[in-house]
Ligand binder design. Structure first.
Ligand SMILES: NC(=O)CCC(=O)C(=O)O
Length: 306
């Protein structure tokens, strides 16, 4: 076995902040709160700030269309009045000189009239670096507990998102995306040091799976994982689990919180990834000769699944 330490995918230390925001029906108030909390995180020294899923709106299929905004890209621009969330996020990133993973917002694609659940990432200059459209829509039905079918109104994205920063490469997923190990695995194998998930688990699956999935994605891939939830509101139609957390590359929850509004912050150190990968060198022990067909659907998967 080689004794040379593997290079760290995290090139230099950075401080990660996950903002567990309380959001309500008033979009302007949600955006103002996000800007205020981003500025406070930057003042505490954060370099990368993450917001929750649907931080600008209530989370529910009946709300997505009325809160949706088009996303300016390339030569396609829109008046600021149509893109208040994009504008607020870009401004917050620029004014605070941080990388901002802007949770997610309902996106309207005017060309097709489709709606997406989309996470926008901005650079410290306020430039849009990535728009991740949630790939795995949250369609579940647990009798007597929870039924939520995003696909009734949303379309699914089809592109994994990797963002290059001076700290290294970051993978982004949205909430239900965390249940699919393939996405995190692809990102890690392509050099990501962290998977960041804006997410809003619920009171049925949250207690059981939120931490479990975060730790699983971290330990599978020996990367940091950040899970950023909205704060819980008992008045909301959808009650979020909360419990935003940072998990280290060894699968340990190193920082976390309960359900109220607040934040979780952690200094990510390059040495930690190297130490973990040196001690348990799975990145060098994979048997691609044995499981080369991992992306081929089995007989009970995909469209044929039970
Ligand atoms: N917003 C979501 O995708 C929720 C995912 C969730 O709660 C789960 O159990 O998965």
């Amino acid at each position: 076995m080689s004794t040379a330490p593997p290079p760290s995918p995290l090139k230099k230390p950075c401080k990660l902040a996950l903002l567990q925001l309380a959001s309500g029906n008033d979009k302007a108030a949600n955006l103002a709160n996000a800007r205020k909390q981003v500025a406070a995180a930057a003042a505490r020294g954060a370099n990368i700030v993450v917001l929750p899923e649907c931080f600008n709106s209530p989370y529910g299929t009946s709300y997505f269309r009325s809160y949706a905004e088009p996303i300016p890209h390339g030569d396609t621009t829109y008046p600021d009045s149509l893109t208040p969330s994009y504008t607020a996020l870009s401004t917050a990133a620029r004014e605070n000189n941080i990388y901002l993973i802007g949770g997610s917002i309902p996106e309207h694609e005017p060309a097709t009239d489709a709606l997406y659940n989309t996470s926008l990432t901005f650079s410290p200059t306020g430039a849009l670096l990535a728009a991740h459209r949630k790939i795995h829509l949250f369609d579940i039905d647990i009798p007597g507990k929870i039924r939520f079918i995003e696909s009734e109104v949303l379309s699914a994205g089809a592109t994994p998102t990797l963002i290059d920063t001076p700290y290294g490469r970051i993978g982004v997923g949205i909430c239900y995306d965390v249940r699919f190990p393939e996405l995190a695995m692809m990102a890690a194998r392509q050099g990501a040091f962290a998977m960041l998930y804006p997410g809003a688990f619920n009171m049925t699956t949250g207690p059981l799976h939120w931490e479990l999935l975060a730790r699983a994605r971290a330990v599978d891939n020996q990367v940091w994982v950040g899970m950023c939830s909205p704060a819980r509101s008992e008045e909301a139609g959808y009650t979020a689990w909360g419990h935003s957390m940072v998990v280290d590359p060894n699968g340990e929850v190193v920082a976390g919180m309960e359900e109220g509004e607040g934040y979780v912050e952690w200094e990510l150190a390059p040495e930690r990834v190297v130490e973990v990968r040196r001690g348990i060198p799975v990145t060098r022990q994979r048997r691609f000769d044995v499981y080369a067909d991992v992306a081929v659907a089995g007989p009970t998967e995909g469209k044929k699944g039970v």
